[in-house]
Design a protein around this ligand. Structure first.
Ligand SMILES: Cc1ncc(COP(=O)(O)O)c(C=O)c1O
Length: 393
């Protein structure tokens, strides 16, 4: 038997994927698991990708990505966040935001360096930090504070080994959006402790109720210590196209480009061409999708409020509802498994986002209204059938 490395053995498989795979054992399931739009990319983007293939734009690109795409990204960051980056030296195109995060951590971390994550969080962060020899340090966010970052708790978690903090706003799984006041406190801490901020902005356009996005890199003095990590996956419904990027200080980007040669060489070239069209073409598809997510969010909130024993802090962005099931007294993994077995409805247990996720399930409403209606009806019947004797609910 071939021996697997110690490093790989400490990497945990994704519990989101575990639920997804388990669901494949059933013929008909209503799935609220994966974090990807149910929409496809708009037709102009699809056509641009197909045209690129027909025209033979199918060779390797520069390791940093097509210059035309980096220019489009620079223009987009300027248009949407007022940020200025040099496309030639401060932007790298990667296979998804995951690719950018991995290269960034690889470039930044020495063995034993600590990276703070705000939990519940997308656990790929934790695994990637470990894959890069670092040590993830979890700081809890909680529902009482609307899952906003707790900067004083983050400050207490900082040690002389802390290298970076991962900021994910709007947040997967909680849907929370960090307030500007919180971001300013975080900026002060980053300055004081000389920390790098990895700002994962993949949900920044999926915001509700008139909210606007405050980019961490746009705060005074933060651009030189922030890496903006983003992708077209959620904003343009292009998850499978695998186009992401990082924008930040030239020395970090240059080293990410150097490593990219040895990992993937570049993101897929026809997809890069399509990404230019997504960024520069009409933006009405995005507006349509966000309107749909908001309608669905409102529906999910209303239905959850009607189910005794469940509650949910209204997500300010993303397409996730992080539902508090703690009143039912059932561990969240058991809850998710029984819900699948008894009702063929798939949700993700909160512990897929770290131990602080116990007592919650995540429901992705990036799915049709019809699925939401049926699935939430099943969820209600499931909860009612499991409420304990004498429970006032
Ligand atoms: C917070 C967060 N960051 C990054 C990603 C990865 O995005 P991409 O498809 O661009 O790799 C996800 C995907 O679910 C996510 O939830």
């Amino acid at each position: 038997m071939i021996q697997i490395s110690d490093n790989t053995q400490q990497i945990q498989p994704s519990k989101i994927r575990k639920m997804f795979n388990k669901a494949l054992e059933y013929d008909h399931v209503i799935s609220f698991t994966l974090g990807e739009p149910d929409f496809t990319a708009s037709s102009n983007v699809v056509e641009a990708g197909c045209r690129a293939i027909r025209e033979g734009k199918t060779k390797y690109s520069e390791n940093a990505g097509l210059l035309a795409l980096r220019q489009a990204i620079a223009a987009y960051l300027h248009r949407t966040e007022g940020l200025s980056y040099d496309p030639a030296s401060q932007i790298v195109v990667t296979p998804g935001a995951m690719g950018a995060l991995f290269l960034a951590l690889k470039v930044l971390l020495n063995p034993g360096d600590e990276v703070i994550v705000n939990e519940p969080c997308w656990t790929n962060y934790v695994q990637q930090i470990r894959m890069c020899g670092g040590v993830p340090v979890s700081v809890k966010t909680n529902a009482q504070r609307g899952f906003d970052l707790d900067v004083s708790a983050i400050a207490e978690a900082v040690t002389d080994k802390t290298k970076a903090i991962i900021l994910n706003s709007p947040c997967n799984p909680t849907g929370a959006v960090a307030s500007t006041e919180t971001l300013l406190q975080l900026a002060e801490l980053a300055q004081k402790q000389d920390l790098v901020i990895l700002a994962d902005e993949v949900y920044k356009h999926i915001l509700f109720d008139g909210r606007t996005y405050t980019s961490f890199a746009a705060l005074p003095g933060m651009k030189e210590r922030t890496l903006v990590i983003d992708s077209l996956s959620k904003t343009y419904a292009m998850t499978g196209w695998r186009i992401g990027y990082a924008a930040g200080p030239e020395n970090v980007i240059r080293n990410m480009v150097k490593l990219q040669e040895n990992v993937s060489a570049c993101a897929a070239t026809p997809c890069q061409v399509a990404a230019i069209e997504a960024l520069e073409g009409p933006q009405d598809h995005l507006k349509y999708m966000v309107d749909q997510y908001r309608l669905r969010r409102d529906y999910v909130m209303r239905r959850i409020s009607e189910i005794p024993g469940l509650s949910c802090h209204a997500p300010a962005g993303t397409f996730y509802a992080f539902i508090d099931i703690s009143q039912l007294g059932m561990p969240c993994e058991e809850f998710a498994m029984k819900l699948l077995e008894e009702r063929q409805v798939v949700v993700v247990p909160g512990t897929a986002f770290g131990e602080f996720g116990e007592g919650y399930i995540r429901l992705s409403y990036a799915t049709s209204m019809q699925c939401l209606e049926q699935g939430l009806q099943e969820l209600e019947e499931f909860v009612r059938s499991h409420k304990t004797e004498g429970d006032p609910a």
